[in-house]
Design a protein around this ligand. Structure first.
Ligand code: BES
Ligand code: ZN
Length: 396
């Protein structure tokens, strides 16, 4: 009897462990360093799919940290995969690489708009500071917190209040519920007056996390830099864009749910946009804007899981309006919500505060707060980029 009980208990433990295994997309170098076998890999792109246990997950995280990275992999949002699915995932990565090489031939040139110059001159570091202060004052914005939507609903109310001041703008906020997380994504839709079916997307993740070596700790997670800062840079850009009144294309702002748990909110949003054949002309992601790790006035453009035509637009915007130094760097995996859009075939970019090895190392801890190294002028650069990105992409 006891033996049967023990066998049953062991069986259920093993079943549980198997259930806890996750499918990930990452690069082969990291898998080799952590001695985790790949289920399938592609030598041309250097990317691989693996099925990992919690133990292997912490090994990957440790190896990734040693290389100055965060987790170092992207969770694939499904429980069961077949060989064919792996092939498709890796083929998609390779196909996008080819498309990206072709896209380089059709770079968009922009001409200076006085309205953008005026808006950029009015971007306020103090406004961004207020938003970061407010967002990081919630004890946590973790997607599985006791009240995972408290700050989401509070921000919706603040944006709705802001919209009242611009009655001429056709704008509407909504909360998007998800399958993979109890947290909701907040969206603001501004209807285009000429091409309403074509959408320009600008986003940041609103959730935060306190993550130890063995997963989330449940401790406080102020997430001032990651990513109250990107959320705040976006809110300041929104203020100036609303003042412009209308756009030819539709514009959508997103404050995503559950990014820190594997791009959960954006993965669902981007997949559903693709299923509905929605036309998204460009995606800007702001994730970490507050810490000038490479020095004042120097920012980074991540070159992986992003599109050359969008990176070129960022360079154009810089030449036209900012004249700062943009350093190219790589995450090495889909490190933020831009990757969800990119994986669904939409062109995306992520300008960010610093190179991976110079970025803020207090993220994902209770020490990610506003401190002497925080620079709201640095965060203001990203609001300016968002203003120019939306103004140029949303009007022909
Ligand atoms: N903000 C980080 C990633 C990041 C770092 C973006 C540096 C830009 C520059 C993000 O919130 C994060 O922690 N992502 C996870 C991956 C995600 C798929 C869970 C990571 O990097 O481990
Ligand atoms: Zn982040």
């Amino acid at each position: 009897m006891q033996k049967i009980f023990m066998t049953l208990a062991l069986g259920s433990m093993l079943a549980h462990a198997a259930q806890d295994k996750k499918y990930i997309l990452t690069n082969t170098q990291l898998l080799e360093a952590a001695k985790v076998p790949a289920l399938m890999s592609d030598s041309k792109t250097g990317m691989a799919v693996a099925h990992i246990s919690t133990l292997q997950e912490s090994m990957l995280i440790r190896k990734s940290h040693e290389r100055g990275r965060c987790a170092g992999f992207e969770l694939l949002p499904v429980q069961d995969f077949t060989q064919k699915d792996f092939q498709k995932i890796l083929q998609d990565v390779a196909a996008r690489k080819v498309l990206d090489q072709k896209a380089q031939k059709s770079f968009k040139r922009i001409s200076k708009k006085e309205s953008v110059v005026a808006a950029i001159n009015q971007v306020s570091a103090a406004e961004i500071q207020n938003w970061v202060k407010w967002l990081s004052s919630f004890p946590t914005r973790y997607h599985k917190a006791a009240t995972p939507n408290k700050h989401v609903e509070a921000l919706k109310a603040k944006i709705d209040e802001m919209l009242v001041k611009y009655p001429q703008v056709k704008a509407e906020t909504s909360l998007i519920a998800h399958q993979s997380t109890p947290q909701k994504t907040l969206r603001l839709h501004i209807e285009g007056n000429k091409f309403p079916d074509e959408i320009v997307v600008a986003g940041a993740h609103l959730d935060s996390i306190n993550a130890g070596f063995f997963g989330p700790t449940g401790k406080i997670a102020p997430g001032a830099d990651d990513d109250a800062s990107g959320s705040a840079s976006l809110l300041e850009a929104l203020r100036h864009l609303l003042a412009q009144g209308s756009f030819e294309r539709s514009v959508e702002f997103f404050w995503y749910a559950g990014e820190e748990a594997g791009l959960l909110g954006s993965a669902e949003v981007a997949a559903s946009y693709k299923n509905q054949s929605k036309k998204v002309v460009g995606v800007l992601q702001l994730d970490m804007t507050l810490y000038p790790g490479n020095g004042d006035g120097k920012i980074v453009s991540m070159t992986d899981f992003t599109s050359p035509e969008m990176r070129n637009l960022l360079e154009e915007i810089n030449r036209m309006y900012l004249n700062i130094e943009i350093i190219n760097d790589e995450c090495g995996y889909g490190c933020s919500d831009h990757a969800s859009w990119y994986r669904n075939g939409y062109p995306a970019i992520i300008p960010s505060e610093a190179t991976f090895n110079q970025m803020n190392h207090n993220i994902h801890t209770e020490a990610d707060v506003i401190d002497s190294k925080s620079s709201f002028e640095h965060a203001a650069i990203f609001s300016k980029i968002a203003v120019a990105f939306v103004s140029h992409l949303a009007n022909l």
